[in-house]
Design a protein around this ligand. Structure first.
Ligand SMILES: C[S@@+](CC[C@H](N)C(=O)[O-])C[C@H]1O[C@@H](n2cnc3c(N)ncnc32)[C@H](O)[C@@H]1O
Length: 216
């Protein structure tokens, strides 16, 4: 009987973006990848399930209607599309890559799409949204925990939610867990849940899926 060999195909675009040394580098990877991003990541070797987990968590936590959501690092709009299947909501998207935003625009599910660098303060008034979703953007070479998490708290209303994935290998070493604890200690958020989830099921990586509620 022949031995079974699991072949893990690393996606070269993603590997490049995770190895990015600057935001310009990262943007270039995504601008070049935008046209084939959705088909590449739906391939069985990748099976990128994280957007479905994020959208399902958001839909479970809301009344599905008249909810205003900010999809931070929306990319081509996979989270927005999954959300829109579950209810009537207003979804705005932010992303660094103009080419990714162009693909997101074609989904027709976003009210507004804006180029934005999430490593900087976000140009949105306090307490604008009911929820922030952030999928696949807290990862190596992309966006760190500070100031992004604090900014997400600022732009949601009290009682609002942040639903985000963090690539599991950097949840602790990247300082995300510590930043969540800090925001908790300041009375700004309470942790509604922290779960380990499949991220790219085909490639075998995992994400920490957090749900934070704004309390202060
Ligand atoms: C793996 S993709 C995830 C996109 C989408 N949320 C999804 O799940 O398919 C990561 C996204 O983060 C965006 N990104 C990287 N650095 C960023 C930054 N500094 N500010 C805003 N977006 C950034 C990229 O352009 C890309 O669209």
């Amino acid at each position: 009987m022949s031995a079974q060999v699991k072949v893990i195909t690393e996606n070269t675009h993603l590997a490049g973006a995770r190895g990015a040394h600057s935001k310009e580098d990262c943007m270039k990877f995504y601008d070049e990848w935008a046209a084939s991003y959705n088909s590449d990541l739906s391939d069985a070797s990748q099976n990128y399930v994280a957007p479905i987990h994020v959208a399902q968590a958001a839909l479970r936590s809301s009344n599905h209607n008249n909810v205003a959501i900010l999809d931070a690092g929306c990319g081509t709009g996979l989270v927005g599309e999954a959300l829109a299947k579950g209810g009537t909501m207003t979804i705005d998207g932010l992303d660094l890559s103009p080419a990714m935003l162009k693909v997101a625009e074609q989904t027709g599910v976003y009210r507004k799409l804006t180029i934005c660098d999430l490593t900087q303060p976000i140009d949105i008034p306090d307490e604008t949204y009911d929820m922030v979703t952030c999928c696949g953007t807290f990862t190596r070479g992309h966006v760190g925990p500070d100031p992004a998490l604090r900014e997400f708290v600022r732009v949601i209303k009290k009682g609002g939610l942040i639903i985000a994935t963090i690539l599991d290998e950097i949840w602790q070493p990247g300082g995300y867990q510590a930043e969540v604890e800090k925001l908790g200690a300041e009375g700004l958020v309470k942790v509604a849940s922290v779960e380990l989830k499949d991220y790219r099921k085909g490639a075998g990586d995992k994400a920490t899926l957090i749900i934070l509620e704004r309390t202060g």
